[in-house]
Design a protein. Sequence first.
Length: 270
Amino acid sequence: MIILDARFGKLDSVRSALGTAVAPVVWMGNAPGQFTDWMGSLFMSRDDLLEVNATLEARLLILERRALKYAALAQENNELRRRLNAAAALDDRVILAEVVGVSPDPFSHEVIINKGSRNGLSVGQAILDADGLMGQVRQTSSFTSRVLLISDSSHAVPVEVNRNGLRAVLLGNGKVNRLELVHVPDTADIREGDVLISSGLGGRFPRGYPVAEVVSIDKEPGEPFMTIEARPLAQLNRSQMVLVVFQPEDESDEAERAPEKSALENGEQR
């Protein structure tokens, strides 16, 4: 029988018939356990129902949190697309840099990035993160540059209200989460929640980049100007990756210096 089953498969039909004949026995053997489980499901205790209900509520909360997270990610994606389109409209070239150091001086708000003069950086170039203007290049070396943040007490940015074009100057006051908007008349049309963007005056910063949001307005009786505080939109103390902005005139200057540099190098080779 072993030889017939191994070599010729003659016992397959016999094995199938035996399995069919034994199936009712197997079913009868499992019937008591299945009947007990069925009866238990009919008479579930109150504690079990409360436990199941609590488990379902926990799962529902998890799913709702995930839905909110996905909605926030979708909104962030749309916002990034909008900003990329705005950057394309401004026609500014940018390069990516990483923050590699922070100034130890508590009275100086500066960071160090891993791009320098060999990458074409020069003093005065604007620095952005994903949310807004961070500052400007203060000093360059071959491989790194020092960036002065807009929160430094010596820094000022010409801005305008995005809603109506009202121009003013935004000053740093040494606080990483607060800026001061100065020389705004008490009759000016400005509100809490207004977004301040760079105006481009002075030629230092490109026009149209978000800088801060107005958070408080204080009007003193008899004073010609209002006291206005704004919150910087850039993550000044948390951003790790930043963008260095090259304005069109920076690129043209770099192109004009290229032939001179090439001629100088050729002269040195001769």
